[in-house]
Structure formats: C-alpha cells, structure tokens
Ligand binder design. Sequence first.
Ligand SMILES: Nc1ncnc2c1ncn2[C@@H]1O[C@H](COP(=O)(O)OP(=O)(O)OP(=O)(O)O)[C@@H](O)[C@H]1O
Ligand SMILES: [Mg+2]
Length: 253
Amino acid sequence: MSTLEIKELYVSVEDQEILHGVNLTIKSGEIAGIMGRNGSGKSTLAKTIFGHPDYKITSGDILFNGESILELSTDKRARLGIFLGFQSPIAIEGVTMSNFLRTALHLKNPDEKLENPIKFHRKLKSQFEQIGLDASLVNRGVNENASGGERKKAEMIQMSVLQPSIVVLDEIDSGLDIDALRVVAENITKQREETNSGFLLITHYNRLLTYTKPDIIYLMHKGTIVKSGGPELAVELEEKGYEKLVAESSNQN
Ligand SMILES: Nc1ncnc2c1ncn2[C@@H]1O[C@H](COP(=O)(O)OP(=O)(O)OP(=O)(O)O)[C@@H](O)[C@H]1O
Ligand SMILES: [Mg+2]
C-alpha cells in the first residue's frame, strides 16, 4: 500500500510562481485524473514530483508513505517506486530499449539477479508487439526516430516492466490513435489490478478516463486545484468547458 501526498505545494520557475498551493493524494489501487487548461501547471506538478531541477519548491511538501521525498534525487524517487510517463518523451540515442530497461529494472531491484539478456529481450519483444509496436524497436536506441504515439506506447512498456507503485502519466493519450488509446487504457487497468499501482492521469480528454474509470478527478486552474469530483466532473468539463466550470466553482467558494 503506497500513498503520494502533495501538500500545499508552491513551485516557482525562474522566480515566477507556477503552482500556488496544490493539494492532492494518490493512493495504491486508485486512479486520479487531472484536467486543466494549457499552461495551468499540470506538467509542472508532474516534473516537481520527480525533482526536476528547474522547478523550485518554495513551500509545501511531497510525502511518499508519510515521508518527505524533497531531499531525494530523481533516481532515488524512481527507486522508491514512483514513475513518470513524460508528456514529450525524449530519445536516448545509442542506448537500446532492451539494455535501458534491463539496467533500470536491476537498479530498482538491486537484490535480484540481473535478468538474462536473451530472455529479457524476448519478453520485451512480445510486450512491444502486444501494445502494437514493431518488435524491431527493442534493438533501437530508446525512442530513436520513433513517432509521438510510439514514444507514448514505449512509456507504457517502461511502466509495465518497472511495476511502480505510484504512476504519473502526463498526457499519455496525446498522439495515440483510437486503437492504441484503448490498448493503453487496458494496460493501465491491468497494472492497477495486478500490482495495485496508484495513478495520476493528466489528460485533456474524457475518453481515457471513460476507459480507465478514475476514482477522482481534479480540475487545475492557474496553479491550484479549484475543484474535485467523481468521473462526472470530466463529462461536465467536456460539456461546459473550463471557463464556465471555473467561474461556477469560484462562485460557490
Ligand atoms: N521550465 C520552464 N521555464 C519557464 N516557464 C515554464 C517552465 N515550465 C513551465 N513553465 C510555465 O509554467 C506554466 C505551466 O506550464 P505547464 O507545462 O505546467 O502547463 P500544463 O498544464 O502542463 O499545460 P499543457 O496542457 O499545455 O501541457 C506555463 O505558463 C509555462 O510557460
Ligand atoms: Mg503539460
């Protein structure tokens, strides 16, 4: 059972405050969705959870299982079992996906024997095929010459290999074709069932949320969470748009 708590988090980039007191919790076995306009601070939150050096926490805390992770480096956060699927995954030329993931898995579980490279390679190829990626990508540099959608699918494979307890996926649905979106959603659901991972799904569209059935939806606006609710909030957002819903929630407060 794992919990990631974001407490009254204030974050600045180059002396400009982007997050102004964000509170939310991600728990094992739960799926939280976060929606919000372009530039509202969603990716800033994701990157801050992972200790990106450009994002300075001026106040507040991030707790994993009750303990602050602010002093931990990004790799230590990953070893705790926190995973980030990037909005724009980068390419790492010269490092094959197979070597990258086999090494990452060993770093995460150092007490376990490094997996046999041939067996690992074979397993990875079948995972690539299962998600609709050409198995030859396993031998290429990580995301090398890969399309946007292929990179998103590769993030999902990294997630299922590493089996994290808390998963943050930043717009995993952007750039995916219709079939791929369904497969990705199935992977999220499967991971939740098999390993009881907790998810924070950052998205602009209700479709991913319809497939994954989140427990809670957060609405982010100008660096704070202005509203939360059940899956019906995502439907309401698509119907009314951000402006109307944000205005309604500020009238209620
Ligand atoms: N490294 C940075 N340097 C300068 N400004 C930044 C940096 N990162 C984020 N910002 C600014 O912070 C604000 C929030 O950006 P962020 O990427 O978190 O938005 P977002 O909610 O993820 O938007 P989108 O839906 O478009 O992905 C934006 O105004 C952005 O320009
Ligand atoms: Mg973003």
